[in-house]
Design a protein around this ligand. Sequence first.
Ligand SMILES: [Fe+2]
Length: 163
Amino acid sequence: MASIQTDVTTNIGIEEKNRKAVVKELTKLLADEHVLYNKTRSYHWNVEGSSFMEFHKLFEDQYTQLAEKIDEIAERVRSLGFYAEGRLKELVKLAELDEPAIPSDPVDQVANLVMDHETIIRNLRKLAKDFPEKYEDDGSGDFVIGLMQYHEKTSWMLRSYLK
Ligand SMILES: [Fe+2]
């Protein structure tokens, strides 16, 4: 019986250099999402004031969703044939988002989170064009559009607290 030939090379119709370029951008995104996840979770812990429970729960919902998005980004990297960076030290080096001292006032917390979501949205909007146009990766283009819509909705909800 002939042995089954296995070819584990990723052969999905996107050149390796293009997949690599997309993965580089996805890894930076993974880094920013980690910072935002961690920040949202630490705000959940440290929030104070008469609306404590509102924000405590809101931030828990949001960091839970962010954890899912992180998972999807890492698995997108794997789908493109590369390994996902999982070391926090490496991710922190790549992150664009700042980590200022953690405020306990929910208004300061929300304002900071809005800024971060918006930074990520602007980045995603650029990637949504670059992935299909520069790297011929429509799948990743579609993926970042979905992610952008999630961040747009979340930033609207957060922004609504600041009126
Ligand atoms: Fe908790």
